[in-house]
Design a protein around this ligand. Structure first.
Ligand SMILES: Cc1cc2nc3c(=O)[nH]c(=O)nc-3n(C[C@H](O)[C@H](O)[C@H](O)COP(=O)(O)OP(=O)(O)OC[C@H]3O[C@@H](n4cnc5c(N)ncnc54)[C@H](O)[C@@H]3O)c2cc1C
Length: 478
């Protein structure tokens, strides 16, 4: 059996998904974008579909926070950007009548906070010894560092890095055995220079550059989702990122069962069986096929003893790691910082502090504080009140007046979100070995979700949607 490739998925998406035969009922586990996209397409084809979602709402890791903020303010706990190259996301936005507007992650008044000093990117030379830059880096601008250490050497790797469909070459496989930090060091970057360019590796933020696969990183940073790509238009969904999941869920509302965590998957040669919790009862549905979109981090909550999965699938579920990210949003009485569009990268536990309401010069503001990696894990271990208090204590020296202007706050620690338990996939050394096993269907069970993407750094709405479409295509190939 040959399963669809990334190019097959793209072609089928553009020319029309082929019909499937002999499949009456499909159960989709999870109403994140992968599950919603797959269910929506199958329902359009006339298939009987049941979507079982563990939580009380659609969208998974797309979550716009509106409460407890005043004045209709909001911030994003998860995904927030859509680029013009996110074909699948853009398609579903159009199909659901949603609009985008420019992202406020670009064109910011970006600065570093290092060793207690605010440093603008164009003044790093003045702080070379504080930062610990090598003598040859002293006069390099951030753009020149990026060019020297990232873009130019990546361009030399070969055209496969830029190809619209992912395919791995021996050179890339070699990079998959090496960490981002090792490769940057080898290219001559000092630890200080790596620290200055690292905030721009957005998808690596939850990771540890010392264990992140250089293959996944090089692919990402050479593509249109990189912040270094000047041709990319960065947008956000008007009204909040969760609007997309809500709109898709609205179209198939009668097929979605919320608060229905799946606890067991089983299959034999005749059917698949999906057992889920329905309040205080267990229910089992029979299906011809099941599309499982639960992140592998949350799969340990599903009993798979009778699921007939291969040893490779089990091993991949255990090995695939997720980045830790926690977001704390603080409502401030008013703006007490001078920047129009505040965006600060710090060397403390709060990796990034940004104004989530830059187009609102008057009145209340939301400060978003992003924790990644070990510090995200640390705040995940705190209670909500403690977490907010800790964040205020951390940002007070950086933004004096934070405590005085603070009104209320809220947070999401993705590690603590039951059934998700991580922010996005973290491609570590040897990631390529896991990719095919993560994606491969096993009997009547098909696997979608960002972690099954063709792209090695597939943690995005676009690749979650792509994975859902791929499983629909698998049903017609089966
Ligand atoms: C902090 C952060 C920032 C991000 N930034 C961006 C960005 O700017 N742009 C971008 O494109 N992407 C971004 N992403 C990534 C993007 O949000 C995800 O890749 C995408 O939303 C994943 O969709 P999914 O359907 O694969 O998984 P999910 O959204 O996690 O959906 C899986 C669903 O399955 C449900 N589930 C799990 N287990 C069970 C079970 N046993 N029974 C029933 N249901 C179950 C879960 O409750 C969940 O609703 C970000 C993510 C995070 C966390």
């Amino acid at each position: 059996m040959s399963w669809p490739t990334q190019q097959d998925t793209k072609t089928a998406f553009e020319t029309g998904l082929p019909p499937h035969h002999g499949i009456d009922h499909v159960v989709v586990v999870g109403a994140g974008l992968a599950g919603l996209g797959a269910a929506y397409e199958l329902i359009k084809q006339g298939t009987r579909v049941t979507v079982l979602e563990a939580s009380g709402h659609p969208g998974g890791r797309t979550r716009t926070i509106r409460a407890p903020f005043s004045d209709g303010l909001r911030s994003e706990a998860g995904a927030m950007t859509v680029t013009n190259q996110c074909d699948y996301t853009v398609h579903y936005l159009r199909e659901t009548g949603l609009e985008t507007e420019p992202s406020d992650l670009v064109g910011t008044d970006f600065s570093y906070y290092r060793g207690g000093v605010r440093i603008r990117p164009d003044t790093t030379a003045d702080h070379a010894s504080l930062l610990g830059l090598h003598p040859h880096e002293k006069d390099l601008s951030i753009t020149e560092m990026v060019r020297r250490y990232v873009t130019e050497p990546n361009e030399e790797i070969g055209p496969e890095l830029l190809s619209s469909a992912w395919s791995v070459s021996p050179r890339l496989l070699e990079l998959d055995r090496r960490s981002v930090r090792e490769v940057l060091h080898e290219r001559g970057a000092s630890a200080a220079a790596i620290g200055l360019i690292e905030p721009f590796f957005l998808e690596m933020r939850g990771g540890e550059l010392g264990s992140a696969s250089a293959m996944a990183w090089a692919r990402y940073e050479s593509g249109p989702r990189s912040l270094f790509d000047a041709g990319t238009k960065w947008n956000k969904i008007k009204g909040g990122t969760d609007m997309l999941a809500r709109a898709l869920a609205g179209k198939i509302a009668d097929r979605i069962v919320y608060r229905a965590p799946v606890v067991r998957l089983a299959q034999d040669e005749h059917e698949a069986q999906v057992t889920f919790l329905d309040r205080n009862r267990l229910q089992t549905l029979s299906a011809d096929r099941v599309i499982v979109t639960a992140p592998f981090s949350g799969m340990r909550r599903i009993n798979l003893a009778a699921a007939g999965l291969s040893a490779e699938k089990h091993a991949t579920m255990r090995r695939l790691r997720y980045a830790s990210a926690s977001r704390i949003a603080l409502q401030m009485r008013r703006q007490f910082w001078p920047e129009q569009q505040l965006m600060l990268s710090t060397d403390g536990p709060v990796g990034t502090v940004r104004d989530a309401t830059p187009r609102r010069p008057e009145g209340r503001k939301i400060l978003e504080c992003w924790f990644s990696g070990w510090s995200a894990q640390a705040v995940a271990d705190m209670g909500e009140e403690e977490r907010i208090d800790f964040t205020l204590a951390e940002i007070e020296p950086i933004l004096p007046g934070a405590r005085e202007h603070f009104e209320l706050g809220t947070s999401v620690a993705w590690d603590n979100e039951r059934h998700i338990e991580g922010a996005y996939i973290l491609p570590e050394l040897g990631h390529h070995d896991l990719m095919e096993h993560a994606r491969r269907p096993e009997g009547r069970l098909h696997f979608a979700g960002e972690h099954t993407a063709y792209e090695p750094n597939g943690g995005s709405m676009n690749y979650a949607l792509e994975s859902g479409l791929r499983t629909v295509l698998e049903l017609s190939a089966a």
